[in-house]
Design a binder for this molecule. Structure first.
Ligand code: UFG
Length: 324
């Protein structure tokens, strides 16, 4: 099948592109390279340098004929979204409207959307399943939820079939070392820990040591990006065979604290990784853990690369190869 991966040069997008290629699909990446990088492009995939804010570029790209599209093009810094809501609304919500309109005009009826656990906000219960109330804590999460609602309306009004895949904490790198671009100025825990291990940063700031958790630091559900990427292929197959849309929460279902991640990273890297507890970061819930049961039942999805050793080991390998 022919697939257009919008945002395919980014961290998650490049792994998703890899998964579609590995499963025998023909892939073209559409990306403006604002946060994605050329190093993340593969020779076997086509590339269109384009922007989702330019409807004519989307229309031109989509007119080349695709069986489905994956949409991962978005701004994703939750903190920044609280300061610059208009920027996030335009890029994420308006950008999606442009994609949907171009897809409809080109007869592309299937869209796999990169959503987030951020649509749920502070958990009312754990693990978080699909029935959990959706009440985002930050504007970024609000944009993801609005896009899910847009998709549901396009399903109803225009016959679009979509998958909303809600990632918990995506981490890790392709274990075969085929993804070469590291994120610039990473804001997530594991890449920051790696930068400290490499000596690029002096120390890790642990945001809060007094949470009501087993060691006082926040607990998250880290899931390997290769496992997440596979789910996009499975969701595409599901939509083709069932002609129906779906929304799934995907995580490893294992909660790991910041200190546990740090200790495991010290083990895997053999580096000291200096760290210091600082103030809490606003908007951080104490604990987030997914229920992935629905994804398992519907898609047969299961995380097979999401052990702490593989999450950290594959990331460490990527950092050592690219940043020596
Ligand atoms: N953390 C630190 N120090 C740092 C960076 C992070 O202590 O320098 C802590 C955070 O406080 C948090 C944990 O590490 O407790 C993970 O933080 P990340 O910033 O890596 O990830 P978040 O859980 O904040 O958010 C991520 C994605 C969101 C997504 C969410 C879903 O960035 O888009 O996971 O669980 F919505």
């Amino acid at each position: 099948m022919k697939i257009l991966v919008i945002g395919g040069a980014g961290y998650i997008g490049s792994h998703v592109t890899r998964a579609f290629l590995d499963n025998g699909h023909e892939v073209t990446v559409f990306d403006n390279l604002s946060t994605g990088s050329r190093e993340n492009l593969f020779n076997e995939a086509g590339f269109i340098h384009g922007d989702i804010m330019r409807p004519e570029q989307l229309r031109e790209a989509m007119s080349r004929g695709y069986d489905g599209c994956v949409h991962l093009a978005a701004l994703k810094a939750a903190g920044q979204s609280m300061l610059e809501p208009a920027m996030y609304a335009k890029a994420n919500i308006c950008g999606t409207v442009n994609i949907l309109e171009a897809a409809m005009a080109s007869g592309i009826g299937t869209v796999i959307f990169s959503s987030s656990a951020a649509v749920f906000g502070t958990p009312r219960y754990l693990p978080i399943d699909e029935a959990h109330p959706k009440d985002p804590e930050n504007f970024y999460g609000f944009t993801k939820l609005e896009i899910e609602r847009l998709l549901a309306w396009y399903d109803r009004l225009k016959g679009l079939r979509y998958a909303a895949i809600r990632y918990f904490n995506a981490a890790g790198y392709d274990s075969l070392g085929r993804i070469r671009g590291l994120e610039r100025n990473p804001e997530n825990l594991l890449p920051i820990v790696m930068e400290v291990a490499m000596g690029i940063r002096k120390e890790l700031s642990i945001f809060g040591g007094d949470y009501p958790t087993r060691d006082g630091t926040c607990i998250r559900d880290y899931v390997h990006v290769t496992d997440l990427a596979k789910a996009h292929v499975q969701a595409f197959d599901y939509i083709l065979s069932h002609d129906s849309s779906l929304s799934v929460n995907l995580g490893s279902e294992v909660g790991v604290s910041v200190r546990e991640m740090l200790d495991a990273a010290r083990q895997v890297t053999g580096r000291e990784i200096p760290a210091r507890v600082v103030e809490r970061r606003p908007g951080d819930p104490a604990e987030l853990v997914a229920s992935s049961k629905h994804g398992a039942d519907l898609l047969g999805w299961k995380p097979v690369h999401s052990s702490l050793e593989e999450l950290i080991g594959s990331t460490w390998k990527a950092y050592q190869t690219e940043r020596q």
